[in-house]
Design a protein around this ligand. Structure first.
Ligand SMILES: [Zn+2]
Length: 293
């Protein structure tokens, strides 16, 4: 008697430039994927080991900060149900990823940790040089090995350089690997968006008005228990609380928001489209995308 071939569970990869982006952007939808039996892995590109206000502090301060923020992500993801083995940390330099994207001539030295190679022994490739080629090679290797059907990644219009660079590196690595997962782009840094700042979990998260043309936003509506866990997970980022607590909790809303087809070249919109036409419900168990997997 022959056995039916065992079907491989759908694989999902969340790519976060810094520890906390993964929970702010996808803390709810991660739980939904896990509820459906999908395999969820999280890829941290940096450990968040830079802090503009502390540039004069010694390098060991920033190395400790990177380690602390990595552990904050581990704890937050455990609350959501992601095992620590499913967190992949690259350890490239915080606040320097656009440099890596645009300058491939020599290894970059972090102005914070003073490192020019990955300094963390628990990282994916300790000692990897801080170069364009090394980061691209790591991403290609991970994508080829993991073969995710869905990737969550930063939106190309995100105004933080690291976020934009992670978008560019991801697209380049996918192109070179000849892989075509579905891409769901999330937005974190876009002026004062989202307003109002702070926790207002009864309010929806809506796309900025200037990003409503040439885009294809979808939502995941959080169940009450998913929102509760997401808030618990946000509390794990204690190193960020006294700087940007309101910003962190601005993402604890009724829904999460993803753009399936962002327009990277979008300029000032000439026409605003009414929001309900933009949103496709990725509601409880109705995800039109995941049902195809
Ligand atoms: Zn970030």
């Amino acid at each position: 008697m022959s056995r039916l071939p065992k079907q491989r569970a759908p694989r999902v990869l969340v790519i976060a430039p810094h520890p906390d982006d993964e929970v702010l952007a996808t803390g709810g939808v991660i739980q939904e994927h896990l509820r459906k039996g999908h395999v969820v892995k999280v890829l941290l590109v940096t450990c968040g080991d830079g802090q503009r206000r502390g540039l004069l502090l010694p390098s060991r301060h920033f190395l400790r900060l990177g380690e602390r923020r990595y552990h904050e992500s581990l704890k937050a993801l455990q609350i959501l149900g992601v095992h620590e083995k499913r967190l992949i940390t690259l350890g490239y330099p915080d606040r320097s990823l656009m440099r890596l994207w645009s300058d491939s001539s020599k290894p970059h030295t972090s102005p914070y940790t003073k490192a020019c190679t990955v300094p963390y022994e628990w990282a994916y490739r300790p000692g990897a040089p801080y170069t364009h080629e090394a980061l691209l090679a790591d991403l290609k290797e991970i994508f080829t090995k993991e073969h995710p059907q869905v990737i969550y990644l930063p939106h190309p219009r995100d105004r933080h350089g690291d976020h934009h660079a992670v978008y560019l590196f991801t697209r380049a690595a996918l192109h070179e690997s000849k892989l075509h997962p579905q891409l769901r782009h999330y937005l974190i840094h876009y002026g004062a968006w989202p307003l109002p700042a702070g926790k207002c979990s009864d309010k929806p998260l809506l796309p900025p008005r200037s990003l409503r043309q040439g885009t294809h936003w979808v939502i995941h509506e959080l169940r009450p228990e998913q929102l509760e866990r997401k808030c618990q997970a946000i509390h794990c980022y204690r190193s960020q609380m006294h700087y940007i607590e309101d910003h962190l909790f601005s993402y604890a809303r009724r829904n999460e928001l993803f753009d399936l087809q962002p327009s990277a070249s979008l300029t000032v919109p000439t026409r605003l489209i009414r929001l309900p036409r933009l949103l496709i419900g990725l509601r409880r168990g109705q995800s039109s995308v995941l049902s195809r997997e």
